[in-house]
Write a protein that binds this ligand. Sequence first.
Ligand code: ADP
Length: 486
Amino acid sequence: MNIRTKLTLLLLALSLFVIAAAGYFTTLSVGNSLRARIIGELSTEANQVEFHLGHWLKSDSNAYEILGEYAKAGGYRLTLIERNGTVVYDSDVPRAELAMVENHATRPEVAEAIRGGTGMSTRHSVTVGRDFMYLARPLRPPPDTPGPFGTASILRVSIPLTEINDALGEIRNDVLLVSLLVLAIVTVIAGFISGRLARPLSVIAETAERVRAGELDRRIEVRSGDEIGRLGTTLNDMIGTLNRDIVRLRKLERVRTEFLGNVSHELRTPIFAIQGMIETLINGAIDDPAVNRDFLHRALRNTQNLNALLNDLIEISRIESGDMKMSFRYFRIGEFIRQVVAEMLPIAETRKVALTAELPSGPSGSHESIEVYGDRERLKQALVNLIDNAVKYNTDGGWVRVSAVDEGSGVKVSVEDGGIGIGPEHIGRIFERFYRADRERSREAGGTGLGLAIVKHIIEAHGAAVSVESTPGKGSTFQFSLNKPK
Ligand code: ADP
């Protein structure tokens, strides 16, 4: 059952209850006031009968008939009862049958009158077989001598309830009619209101179903600021977040497959080369002194490349999976740079590149005392990668200069070279994994394509960034800043 139907039924049930209650209480109060009026009438009638009775009781000849006609004209039933309960007159009972009427002393209204008060009662009369309302009271003054009605001393006036019952029935019918009319109107209004209330909800439900089915660009049209409006806004936000997450996941997935493709390709190249050379050697080249040594050297270089690649891959996967444990310490930057440069000197020499360290004193005094905060081992790895690149992508007789400048809050480390430089079309991508500006040259020099990606990760783990400036044919400068102790 949908909300609209439920709401309609609820409103209907509610109005039904209200109408029923109103009808019940209306009939009840009308019945009560009718009864009160009848009691008043009965009382008035009793007064009149009592007034005339003194006269009729004496003119005994036709008192019986007069009383009968009087009762008939007023539409009442009159009963005269003796103190002991014997009925001596009843306008609804023929005179001959009076003797058969049972003693009335126990009738509640009569009992009250016997006690001297005015008794009232509503009940079914066994004597005449109809519902009656009774009022009984003692005659004042009581008869001193027996008259045509003996020593009757209690007067009872009663009226059949058919009239009042009919009137109540009529009212009930009217109430029922009005109720039906109101109910019909309520049904229409309830249907309308429920529809209005339920519509935005069904719109939300429908949109949610469509989003689940994959239509992620669907949005709920929010038209109000109430709870339903808030629900719509919240759902829209959720769909937005979901959308972003999915886009991000898809991109991640794409990057991952791309990476895997790159890795297999990078692995295959040296393996194919090694395989080719071994095959050539087996097929006879091993006995050719002109090529055999050269082939073996080239095979060896390829295995070295393979080894470097695997090392970088292990490194990058450790960094990216978050397994890289950093251990931050304070250390002297001057000593650090001198040490790394010293270690790199032999490599620079084989490539005929002049590698120097330049450590001018900063505003805080001698550079020897300047300390920075970082993971020395990781930073060494980054610096080695940068120096290695600066040497690799250089020319015979070229230069590389590593420097540190105290900038007050931090120390800026630069690796400058007078090498081949990087074209502006590549500059934005060289920190990507496996991106190479000059593929041939990188391979030739044993590059893995992962060096700068590792540098970027390490520097970012220090809360800093690496920047690069380069002019093709002139050289490049890579820079990053390290924090000083506070
Ligand atoms: P690779 O192992 O190929 O050196 P890197 O990630 O270290 O990979 O560097 C990416 C690419 O950026 C290199 O292939 C090279 O083309 C370019 N590059 C990096 N450093 C320099 C530099 N100092 N001078 C010129 N080109 C550079």
